[in-house]
Design a protein around this ligand. Structure first.
Ligand SMILES: [Zn+2]
Length: 130
């Protein structure tokens, strides 16, 4: 992934086609393992349809992500040192949990195509802003 000014482009591991991240995003799919509650977010190449792993999330990391949104709102509203610290804390907590989860699961699945290694349900998820 590389930055081109404001636009981030992603090149496909399969066909090498480059597309703005936005385009991959519109093709994204989530695969949820019902048993563990782990959702894998992946992007599909607009050219060849190759699945590209993006990241994992769990109800826990989703909650932490939501707490960032709340903290950000309060920070913008109150503009105090305290709300700024609370926001930074929320971001840090999320990043730690997120990194830990990615590291743990990528080792577990050996980073081979997760669609083949784990029996999961493919669901379409709505696009979210962050
Ligand atoms: Zn491709």
């Amino acid at each position: 992934m590389k930055e081109k000014g404001k636009e981030t482009t992603v090149s496909c591991v399969e066909c090498r086609a480059e597309h703005p991240l936005e385009e991959f995003y519109s093709q994204r799919q989530a695969i949820t393992d019902v048993e563990s509650g782990v959702t894998e977010i992946g992007l599909l190449c607009p050219d060849c349809g190759r699945w590209v792993h993006a990241f994992y999330q769990t109800p826990h990391t989703k909650r932490l992500a939501a707490s960032i949104t709340r903290a950000k709102y309060l920070m913008n509203k109150n503009r105090t040192e305290r709300s700024l610290k609370a926001y930074r804390r929320a971001v840090q907590k999320y990043q730690e949990a997120f990194d830990e989860l990615q590291a743990r699961l990528r080792i577990k699945v050996g980073m081979v195509s997760p669609t083949e290694t784990l029996g999961r349900m493919v669901v379409d998820i709505p696009k979210v802003d962050d």
